[in-house]
Design a binder for this molecule. Structure first.
Ligand code: UDP
Length: 357
């Protein structure tokens, strides 16, 4: 890790940036689009809509500083004009989704990073990679500091994602060494909040949807395995802080909430938050499911001045409210149907500054 400067700096007077966010219509990406637009920046959101939705960015489509491009990062991306920042968040992130097309997942991680690093080089702009706690695999060290090299299966069902993200980190640091590119790497731990997909199999969304429907809460294994859940607002604030840190601050930095909780305990929190009478149903544990996960965030605290602020109770309440509205919305609009994927490309910008080939 290269960390040489404190990044505490005043926000006033900072220049306006033109940001490319790949995976910008996804759960985390769309919250990042919101944050950067609110800050006064311009945002080009590129997404192939494989596990994301136009619904997440629809309110932004009329914003003069926002542009959407449907694009798969496995193909080179061409953007007219300058870009100041590239945030690479494009990849299916839930085990169910990334295992559906494992070869495609590996290509997204490796070819995607390569294509965007080339773009970054061409534009002389900063590059931030959304890496993952999965680089630690099923960790033998607890909690996990950035210096831990990980315990990852190269052949198991999670390897396409874990090893793909690890290879991407390698590429990124080689681009820094070889070309002097300004790079940043965030290792994102379990994140939750509004705009999670309800059917991607992740634990928080699964439990909330099950609880709201009064269905059994599916606990895999004993429920004694742990995770540490970070609310999405905290996470995107951390990503922005990392991107705007001085050039020598590269990471990798763990970004996550160190509040560790068992899966059974989170089930009970969700039941309490939804007033649900759903029962717990124990199911087999998926292969290679990590037993414990908790970030050490001392480096992010020291070098980025970042730590999560939102409690699990408040974050769950906001997430439950989101899913409650989604379900009501779907019930109300069910008869007419209507695909959200009809919008392919939209820009209110008359110059049409970005395009794909
Ligand atoms: N999990 C569970 N029930 C579910 C979905 C997930 O018990 O309905 C467990 C899963 O086995 C894992 C934890 O919850 O131990 C977190 O799973 P998730 O897929 O959300 O994320 P990851 O495994 O990538 O941390």
């Amino acid at each position: 890790m290269t960390v040489q400067f404190s990044i505490a700096h005043a926000r006033s007077g900072r220049p306006v940036h033109r940001n490319l966010i790949t995976g910008g219509a996804g759960f985390i990406g769309s919250h990042l689009c919101d944050l950067l637009l609110q800050r006064g920046d311009a945002v080009i959101c590129a997404d192939n809509l494989s596990t994301s939705s136009m619904r997440n960015v629809r309110p932004l489509l009329n914003h003069p500083n926002f542009q959407f491009i449907e694009h798969d990062i496995r193909q080179p991306l061409h953007i007219d004009g300058s870009i100041d920042r590239i945030y690479n968040l494009a990849c299916p992130a839930s085990p169910r989704h990334y295992q559906r097309d494992p070869i495609g997942t590996m290509k997204t991680n490796v070819l995607g990073a390569l294509n965007l690093l080339e773009l970054s080089r061409k534009k002389s702009c900063r590059f931030l990679q959304a890496s993952t706690s999965e680089v630690y695999g099923d960790p033998e060290i607890h909690p996990q500091p950035e210096s831990y090299a990980g315990s990852v299966s190269t052949t198991g069902p999670r390897a396409c994602y874990d090893e793909g993200k690890r290879a991407a980190e390698t590429l990124i640091f080689d681009y820094r060494r070889v070309y002097g590119l300004e790079v940043k790497v965030a290792r994102i731990f379990n994140t939750y909040g509004p705009r999670m997909l309800e059917d991607d199999g992740r634990v928080v969304s699964n439990f909330i949807v099950q609880a709201l429907h009064g269905r059994p809460i599916t606990i895999y294994g004993t429920g004694k395995q742990t995770r540490s859940f970070c609310f999405v607002d905290d996470l995107v604030r951390g990503l922005e802080k990392l991107m705007e840190s001085p050039p020598a601050v590269t990471g990798p930095f763990n970004l996550g909430n160190p509040h560790e909780i068992t899966i059974e305990a989170i089930a009970r929190e969700v039941l309490a938050c939804t007033n649900s009478l759903s029962r717990l149903q124990f199911k087999p544990l998926p292969q290679d499911d990590p037993k414990r996960r908790k970030p050490v965030i001392a480096a992010a605290e020291q070098w980025l001045g970042w730590r999560p602020r939102v409690t699990l109770k408040d974050g769950l309440a906001a997430t439950v409210a989101y899913f409650t509205l989604r379900m009501a919305d779907r019930a109300a609009s069910a008869p007419s149907g209507g695909s959200t994927r009809k919008v392919r490309r939209f820009s209110p910008n008359p110059l049409n500054l970005a395009h794909e080939r």
